[in-house]
Design a protein around this ligand. Structure first.
Ligand SMILES: NC(=O)c1ccc[n+]([C@@H]2O[C@H](COP(=O)([O-])OP(=O)(O)OC[C@H]3O[C@@H](n4cnc5c(N)ncnc54)[C@H](O)[C@@H]3O)[C@@H](O)[C@H]2O)c1
Length: 396
């Protein structure tokens, strides 16, 4: 294969940078990042210069019109995913979409009021939007690649290999998983209008997608059909606005949240009666935690996507290492810490981009596609209904 897959990256922020590093690592498929688009053209130009990308645009329309580009990689705020997915598919572009696929971002309400809209109304609207995506995608012969890195991570894949063997005599009874850190770097994350929810949508989307994927996989292996989410029960709050936090001086946790929750728990009951409880929180100091504990009837499998302890470092004065990268969201390098030599690899980012490039080049489905992306959004918003109404919400 000699003709490169040409990608246009839309957005030039945090996620665009790690996607770009991963495109450089793809093997067996020639890939060229042909353009970067950002409404902040300086940011796009800076990223393009650092990665040798020749074209820079300040408007998404230009990548749609550029016939040489066959893939658009959407690393923009969540509120833009859905319109760009629909426009991209209609323009005949394969799509890579960051999590979550979509959400509720308001329908003409003032920005600060969006988070106060009844969650049942939000749920109904996202369900309608998901039907629209299905319709548009089914009438355009393009691939949809859902950028859920957990499912592509080496530790997850190893767990999957083990689980597949265990399914011969056993089944998943319970999953407990969490993604947590000290708070988002992005101001967009603080408002429902841009992010479509708080910690649950932003962080919980990862462990939730992984749980949904595992039960789907188990069902397909055992019965030839997926085991699906049947019912959800959830709770959530902004911990920084509780009396527990009031008066907490000098906390390194991110504050100034708008109308979104910074802590959430969602319990999913599946059609076979098994359970998954997924936590998402912006209350964790010491770096990011991404882990899962799967209890089967005949085995137990735990995995961490980070942090890892393959390297130890101790210092009283961290000044000499201030420019050395340690771990995502680690607040201080003083004391004992565990610098991660391969964080992006452990998080599955290169594996995800490799899978997407192969899926597009060799015309096969990606490991994480549209069905998973849609299920995640549906369960997240059923969770928001449950949080608000204080009761279980059925998905069937
Ligand atoms: N998989 C992961 O682990 C992971 C991690 C971080 C972010 N994300 C996802 O990536 C996406 C982007 O997040 P981020 O952290 O990079 O945000 P960011 O704020 O760092 O970057 C977003 C960029 O999009 C640009 N933008 C806004 N409107 C635009 C438009 N109309 N056209 C083109 N560019 C536009 C902004 O100027 C900004 O540069 C989000 O959906 C987020 O959920 C995923």
């Amino acid at each position: 294969m000699t003709t490169p897959v040409k990608v246009g990256i839309v957005g030039a922020g945090f996620a665009a940078a790690f996607h770009l590093r991963c495109y450089h690592q793809v093997q067996g498929v020639p890939v060229e990042v042909a353009a970067i688009v950002d409404i902040n053209k300086d940011r796009a130009e800076d990223l393009a210069r650092r990665h040798g990308v020749s074209k820079v645009f300040d408007d998404f329309r230009y990548v749609l019109e550029d016939k040489s580009i066959s893939v658009i990689d959407l690393v923009v705020p969540n509120s833009l995913h859905l319109p760009m997915v629909l426009d991209g598919a209609k323009a005949g572009k394969h799509i890579i979409c960051e999590k979550p696929l979509t959400g509720f971002f308001g329908q003409g309400e003032p920005e600060e009021k969006v988070g106060t809209i009844a969650k049942r109304k939000m749920f109904q609207k996202v369900r309608e939007d998901l039907q629209t995506v299905s319709k548009v995608m089914s009438s355009h012969p393009v691939k949809f690649c859902y950028a859920e890195n957990w499912v592509h991570a080496p530790a997850f894949k190893k767990a999957l290999e083990l689980m597949e063997k265990c399914f011969a005599t056993g089944s998943i009874l319970e999953m407990r998983a969490e993604e947590a850190h000290s708070g988002s770097h992005s101001e967009f994350a603080k408002w429902w209008r841009y992010s479509g929810g708080g910690a649950l949508a932003r962080l919980g989307a990862h462990p939730l997608a992984s749980g949904l994927f595992l039960k789907h996989f188990e069902g397909e292996k055992k019965h030839g059909r997926p085991i699906l989410a049947k019912e959800v029960w959830a709770d959530g709050t902004d911990l920084t606005k509780t009396p527990a936090f009031t008066g907490a001086k000098g906390s390194p946790l991110v504050t100034g949240w708008g109308d979104v929750e910074t802590w959430a728990q969602i319990t999913v009951t599946f059609t076979d009666g098994s359970k998954g409880t997924f936590f998402a929180a912006d209350d964790l100091l010491g770096g990011m935690e991404s882990n899962m504990d799967v209890r089967l009837s005949n085995a137990r499998i735990k995995f961490d996507l980070g942090p890892v302890r393959v390297c130890q470092f101790y210092t009283v004065d961290p000044a000499p290492v201030k420019d050395v990268y340690f771990n995502e969201k680690q607040e201080t390098k003083a004391g004992l810490s565990f610098p991660n030599p391969h964080e992006e690899w452990l998080l599955g980012y290169p594996h995800e981009i490799q899978d997407f490039m192969e899926a597009i080049a060799f015309d096969r489905q990606p490991l994480t596609g549209l069905e998973l992306a849609k299920q995640v959004v549906e369960v997240l918003y059923a969770g928001y209904v449950s949080m608000e109404e204080g009761r279980k919400v059925s998905l069937l």
